[in-house]
Design a protein around this ligand. Structure first.
Ligand SMILES: Nc1ncnc2c1ncn2[C@@H]1O[C@H](COP(=O)(O)OP(=O)(O)O)[C@@H](O)[C@H]1O
Ligand SMILES: CC(=O)OP(=O)(O)O
Ligand SMILES: [Mg+2]
Length: 371
């Protein structure tokens, strides 16, 4: 290994159910992926597997920096940031707002710092993409003092939305128009973009809001939470477990939070869980189209958005009033172009690639770091 070896970047994306990783290597002015993978679950064993994979896919490049997806960046980060002890403390303080993600994001940084002390690490924030949302989109109807202390809508999945915003102009002439993206994975949210920038999104203060997800409830009447605390005497920990881990598709079906399992199940409760998921996406689409002032393009991404033709077909059927018309054959084979010739709205299915955005942001920050 020499100093003039190409630079390589490891990308770690700790989501709610798994850790995705990728290795990117510089080739001229480009960053090229040499590995993409996923390990289920979280913990030291998973991180060790990932480190082994990263090292075996790096050569002959040298590891120049490690980038991490960080779900919650609060109000201070409109772009990626170098990981420092002060930043780690800041991210740890935000952990209660994203309990399924933030502790794993921070654990990944700490593990890599032990393994590669001195190597720059970069935090790439899900919240950054939405930080420029209009203030009306960010405010809750709470007393002003609450907003002053940060009780605002933040929104998440920003790295995935950035990837869509970056990819769309090459394939879709109306990419800079009024676009709604549905990121449908284990976590699920939707985002309205105008001119390639987020103007509104379905997740809010935490990654619980908006759509029902694999195990998270989605939007709830806060009166219901008060009822659970008071009348049912639930403790905050029990409530957190109910809302983050026992609800959503899993809670509704009583079977699984995994869409593939539910689509294959003849159980009426599985069907009803899927019905609720589709219904809520269709309603959110109307709301986000209103925020964008109309709808030119609809994009599906995430594991469900990319692979579940049936879910896309049902959402699009409920969006006929917006001028959405699917090409059934294109949809069955996952497009990526899904709209019929007479559709007023362009519809696409695109892979979610948060790691590509992590690689780019990591290089950008690390290149500015004196090595
Ligand atoms: N072929 C498929 N049909 C339906 N659902 C699918 C398919 N492939 C993956 N999924 C669903 O995608 C979801 C996982 O999405 P993914 O984006 O990988 O999750 P994560 O949020 O963990 O990154 C699961 O509900 C899974 O069942
Ligand atoms: C923010 C979020 O819900 O992320 P994921 O989909 O990776 O769980
Ligand atoms: Mg994900």
């Amino acid at each position: 290994m020499t100093d003039n070896a190409a630079k390589g970047y490891a990308c770690i994306n700790a989501g709610s159910s798994s850790i995705k990783y990728a290795v990117y290597v510089e080739r001229g002015a480009d960053l090229v992926a040499t590995a993409h993978g996923q390990v289920e679950g979280h913990g030291p064993a998973q991180l060790r597997t990932i480190i082994g994979q990263v090292e075996s896919h790096l050569a002959p490049a040298r590891l120049a920096a490690i980038g991490h997806r960080v779900v919650h960046g609060g109000n201070n980060h409109a772009g990626p940031a170098l990981v420092t002890p002060a930043l780690l403390a800041e991210l740890q303080a935000l952990a209660p707002l994203a309990p399924l993600h933030q502790p794993h994001n921070v654990a990944g940084m700490e593990a890599m710092a032990r393994l590669h002390p001195g190597l720059p690490q970069v935090a790439c924030f899900d919240t950054a993409f939405h930080l420029g949302n209009p203030r009306v989109a960010r405010l809750y109807g709470l007393p002003r003092a609450c907003a002053d202390e940060g009780l605002l809508r933040y929104g998440f999945h920003g790295l995935s939305y950035t990837h869509v915003a970056d990819s769309l102009p090459a394939i879709e002439p109306r990419a800079r128009g009024r676009v709604v993206v549905a990121h449908l994975g284990s976590g699920a949210s939707m985002c309205a973009m105008v001119g390639g920038r987020s103007v509104a999104t379905s997740m809010g203060f935490s990654a619980l809001d908006g759509l029902p997800m694999a195990t998270r409830c989605g939007a709830l009447d806060p009166g219901l939470v008060l009822h659970l605390l008071r009348a049912k005497r639930m403790t905050p920990d029990a409530l957190e477990r109910l809302l983050y881990r026992d609800s959503g598709l899993l809670g509704l079906s009583g079977i699984s939070g995994d869409m593939r399992t539910l689509l294959a199940s003849p159980d009426p409760a599985a069907r009803e869980a899927v019905d609720v998921f589709v219904y809520r996406i269709a309603r959110e689409l109307g709301s986000l189209a209103a925020a964008a002032g109309g709808l030119d393009v609809l994009v599906f991404t995430g594991g469900i958005g990319e692979h579940a033709a049936d879910i896309r077909a049902r959402v699009c059927a409920q969006a006929a009033w917006l001028g959405v018309r699917l090409d059934a054959d294109a949809n069955a084979t996952h497009g990526p172009r899904l709209h019929a010739p007479d559709s007023a709205v362009a519809v696409w299915a695109l892979p979610a690639d948060e790691e590509a955005v992590i690689a780019r942001e990591t290089k950008q920050v690390a290149d500015a770091y004196p090595s």
